[in-house]
Design a protein around this ligand. Structure first.
Ligand code: FES
Length: 226
C-alpha cells in the first residue's frame, strides 16, 4: 500500500540537500541574489517610466482656464448674418492654436433654445462635425458648407445634409460690462435640441445614448458658473 500521507518538505535548504546550503537558510543565496537584482531592476524601471507617463497623461486631465477674447463691439454684429472672427483655442502655440468663429447676434425669431447671459450672441465653430474639416459660410445661401464630404449646415448650424452627426459646436459669448465688447469664451457641443454639452470630438453624436457613449473630454473648460 502506498503511503497516503505525503512527507512535508522542510523549509530549510540544508534539509533539502541544496548545493551551497547553510544551516538555518530558507532561501539559497543564488535565489536571494536573483530576487534582489530583479527587484532593483523593477524599481529602476519604474523610476524612469512613472514620471514620463505622468508627464504624458497629465494634460489629459488638466482643465482649461476660462478665457474670454474680445471680438468687437455689439454694433459689429447683426442677427441676419455672420461675421468671421479668429479666436485662440489653444494658448501658447501661436497661430496654430487659432480657429475661426462665425459670430452673429441672437435672433429670437429663429433661436428658440433658452436664452441666457452666454448666448445673446451666437458664435459657431468652423469645425465640421463629421471629421473636423473647416466649414465655410456661404452668405448667399446662408449655409455652412464642408468641402471634404459635402456636409451642409443651415443658418443656425444645424445639420441640413451630408454625413455630419450633430450641429456645429458653439462658443460661450458675453458682453463685457467694463469694456462693452462682445467676448468669445470656451467651446461647447450641442445636440439636435441645441442643449449644451462639454465639447466632444467630431463624429461623436450626443443625442440620446450618444452622450454616454462619448464622454466629455477632460482637457476642456468646465461648464460656466451660473
Ligand atoms: S469632414 Fe465635413 S463632411 Fe466630412
Amino acid at each position: 500500500m502506498p503511503d497516503r500521507h505525503r512527507e512535508t518538505k522542510s523549509k530549510y535548504t540544508l534539509d533539502r540537500n541544496m548545493p551551497g546550503a547553510f544551516e538555518g537558510e530558507t532561501v539559497t543565496r543564488r535565489r536571494f541574489m536573483n530576487l534582489a537584482a530583479n527587484g532593483a531592476g523593477a524599481v529602476a524601471a519604474l523610476a524612469f517610466t512613472l514620471p514620463a507617463l505622468g508627464f504624458a497623461i497629465a494634460p489629459i486631465f488638466k482643465r482649461q482656464q476660462w478665457t474670454w477674447q474680445p471680438v468687437g463691439p455689439p454694433s459689429d454684429f447683426t442677427d441676419t448674418d455672420y461675421v468671421t472672427k479668429i479666436v485662440n483655442v489653444v494658448p501658447g502655440i501661436g497661430e496654430a492654436g487659432n480657429t475661426v468663429a462665425y459670430v452673429r447676434k441672437r435672433n429670437p425669431a429663429i433661436d428658440k433654445e433658452p436664452g441666457d447671459q452666454y448666448n445673446q450672441f451666437v458664435a459657431l465653430s468652423d469645425k465640421c462635425m463629421h471629421l473636423g474639416c473647416p466649414v465655410r459660410y456661404v452668405q448667399a445661401a446662408q449655409r455652412f458648407i464642408c468641402p471634404c464630404h459635402g456636409g451642409v449646415y443651415d443658418f443656425r448650424g444645424m445639420v441640413a445634409g451630408g454625413p455630419p452627426v450633430r450641429p456645429l459646436d458653439r462658443f460661450y459669448t458675453r458682453v463685457n460690462e467694463q469694456t462693452g465688447l462682445v467676448e468669445v469664451g470656451p467651446r461647447y457641443s450641442v445636440n439636435n435640441e441645441l442643449q449644451r454639452f462639454s465639447p466632444r470630438f467630431p463624429g461623436e453624436p450626443i443625442d440620446g445614448i450618444g452622450q454616454y457613449l462619448y464622454p466629455a473630454q477632460f482637457d476642456t473648460a468646465a461648464p460656466p458658473p451660473h
